[in-house]
Design a protein around this ligand. Structure first.
Ligand code: M6R
Length: 606
């Protein structure tokens, strides 16, 4: 999705903008552009297409003697074609105001018609273009509140005005915007990751407040009140990881980091849960024990929520409902007194999940964030946050964040489980074995690559099936496959096949059965489902979690044997194999696995 990098001060502007925009690439973009004021001359440039950051930024000067006021942008088209006219920065009729925007202006048509009627000229067809024209028609210095009265929707805006030299202006609603400080330079970005390349002190920009920046200070308009800095220091983001420019490296690295991400977090989670004085325990004391939990998320986070539901209902006996955040927020959901709300999100900036959380907040119930990015909107607005603590995830595909979401939900369900002491001990020792077992899966890289060659490369469709804990794993396997390799894949409960999808099966369709292990309650059931597919000549790959006699008699063309673990943890083991399969399907088909077409890492618009 769109990204903003702006700054005021000196320095090598070419390098700063190149580095900043490149770090925003992972969000997905179709066009990019900049505008900067130097000596009160404003220069502007835009480029359309992917991979245009180099040529855009090569046109910037390197070192400059005086201060520069600069804004730059990567655009992920939502309104209007991918053309230069629709790329940012956008400007007013007199070309005084140059503005970049993230978000969506919902009433832009109405605003545009009013502005056209009063003589304004528009050149493109985006929602953003309305904003510089509004700014042109109001006195935003003395009545900045007007802009918030006119605009509806979400917006993070940065702009320059020729008539107001040596300043940058910023304002936002819903979409994030953060200011960072380094010596005599202020940086502004929509993305913490980008800011952390340049500084490690940050300040939050509040909603519906109009700010003016020079090279050192931030003022609130109209009072011109100087903000006394209270910067938060964060070292969460790893500069080296963000700056790595090698192609197709992030997704693979992130899959391979999983033994480490799991290993380092087990003791952290354990002490959070066990220490009576831990933040979690202090928080719980203030709330009533949940009678019902609502989990909301999107995409992969939603899949993790589905697995969490089984844990929470099975071990904690808490009624749990899992919702697509996008649907939940518009369905007039019912909240009763002892309901808790879980917002599940890697980025912490997914617009729909934020929307669902805002709705839940109105009912005054405990809001729990399970997020990777500290200081993200969901993190800041939750009553209690679990941090995934897996480091930056840059590849568009969610990988290491998914396995950690599952682990957190599992451990949380054990925390809420009132008895089951012996069972809990068994679970904890299985959790400690996970990192080594994931390593065993990673060591199967060659076998997994071969499976891709045999099963997926010659097919444009695939089906992933599972039951119980591994039904959401099947959904996730299918999502990864279509997202990374563009092979059309469907995930389903194996039991649902005979209610329709079985009609698709023929000798050419790869059908992946995620069988699990023999202690799983659905083990025998899924084997019957395999027979149903085999009888229709389906091309079956089965994934099992232990070696046992029965494997030889499975109605399967190929059996992939993964390490054994307790049924509850099989999704973590199995999904790692599915991540590697989709990674190689993408690589062997020549896809950009880190930045799949049309997608964005952080979906900041509805
Ligand atoms: O940052 P979030 O977890 O809120 O993102 C939700 C989805 O957009 C995300 O999981 C998406 O489905 C992934 N790209 C899938 O790999």
């Amino acid at each position: 999705m769109c990204g903003i990098l702006a700054y005021t001060g000196k320095g090598n502007i070419r390098n700063i903008v190149k580095k900043g925009l490149k770090s925003l690439e992972y969000r997905g973009y179709d066009a990019c552009g900049y505008a900067f004021a130097y000596d009160n001359n404003i220069s502007i440039k835009k480029e359309v297409g992917k991979n245009k950051i180099e040529s855009l930024t090569d046109s910037l000067p390197e070192y400059v003697e005086k201060n520069v006021y600069l804004l730059s942008h990567t655009r992920w088209a939502t309104h209007g074609d991918n053309t230069e006219k629709n790329a940012h920065p956008h400007y007013d009729c007199k070309k005084n105001i140059f503005l970049v925007h993230n978000g969506i202006i919902e009433n832009y048509n109405e605003i545009k018609n009013d502005l056209l009627a009063s003589g304004h000229k528009f050149i493109g067809s985006t929602d953003t273009e309305a904003i510089p024209h509004i700014l042109e028609s109001i006195d935003y210095i003395s009545t900045p509140e007007k802009i918030f009265e006119i605009l509806q929707g979400s917006f993070a805006c940065v702009f320059l005005d020729k008539k107001q030299p040596f300043k940058l202006f910023i304002f936002r609603r819903k979409s994030p915007l953060i200011v960072g400080k380094d010596k005599n330079t202020l940086f502004i970005s929509s993305d913490m990751q980008t800011l952390s390349l340049f500084c490690n002190k940050f300040i939050e920009i509040k909603e519906n407040i109009f700010y003016q920046l020079d090279t050192k200070n931030i003022y609130i308009l109209p009072e011109n009140k100087k903000i006394i800095y209270s910067f938060t220091i964060s070292s969460f983001f790893n500069k080296k990881e963000i700056e790595s420019e090698k192609e197709n490296i992030f997704m693979k690295n992130e899959i391979w980091q999983q033994p480490e991400t799991i290993k380092k977090n087990i003791p952290i989670l354990q002490s959070l849960i066990n220490e009576p004085a831990s933040k979690l325990n202090k928080f719980i004391k203030k709330c009533k024990f949940p009678e019902r939990i609502i989990i909301a998320g999107c995409g992969t986070s939603w899949h993790a929520g589905l697995i969490g539901k089984i844990y929470l209902e099975r071990f904690s006996k808490i009624i749990t409902q899992v919702e697509y955040a996008s649907e939940f927020r518009y369905n007039n959901p019912v909240f009763n007194k002892n309901t808790w709300f879980f917002a599940l999100s890697q980025s912490g900036e997914t617009a729909d999940t934020i929307g669902a959380m805002e709705l839940a907040k109105l009912f005054n119930i405990p809001i729990i964030g399970i997020v990777n990015n500290p200081l993200s909107t969901i993190d800041k607005n939750s009553d209690f946050s679990f941090h995934l603590n897996v480091g930056t995830e840059i590849g568009v595909a969610a990988t290491k964040s998914f396995t950690m979401q599952i682990l957190i939900l599992f451990m949380l369900s054990l925390f809420f489980a009132k008895d089951k002491k012996e069972e809990k001990k068994k679970f904890i020792s299985a959790i400690y074995e996970l990192p080594e077992k994931i390593k065993e899966v990673l060591n199967k890289e060659d076998e997994l690559k071969q499976i891709v060659e045999e099963y997926f490369l010659s097919s444009s469709n695939a089906i992933f099936l599972g039951r119980g804990y591994n039904y959401p794993t099947a959904l996730e396997g299918a999502l990864k496959m279509k997202e990374i390799s563009y092979i059309h894949a469907e995930g389903s409960s194996a039991a649902e096949m005979k209610h329709g999808p079985l009609a698709l099966v023929d000798k050419n369709l790869p059908v992946v059965f995620i069988v699990g292990n023999k202690n799983d309650i659905t083990y025998e059931k899924i084997i019957s489902n395999m027979h149903e597919v085999k009888s229709r000549n389906g091309k079956i790959l089965s994934i099992v979690n232990q070696r046992e006699k029965k494997i030889d008699s499975l109605p399967s063309d190929k059996v992939l044997i993964l390490p054994e673990t307790i049924p509850e943890l099989t999704p973590i083991i199995n999904v790692v194999a599915l991540q590697i399969i989709s990674f190689y399907a993408g690589i062997l088909k020549g896809c950009d696995v880190d930045k799949p077409r049309n997608l964005a890492k952080s979906v900041t618009v509805e």
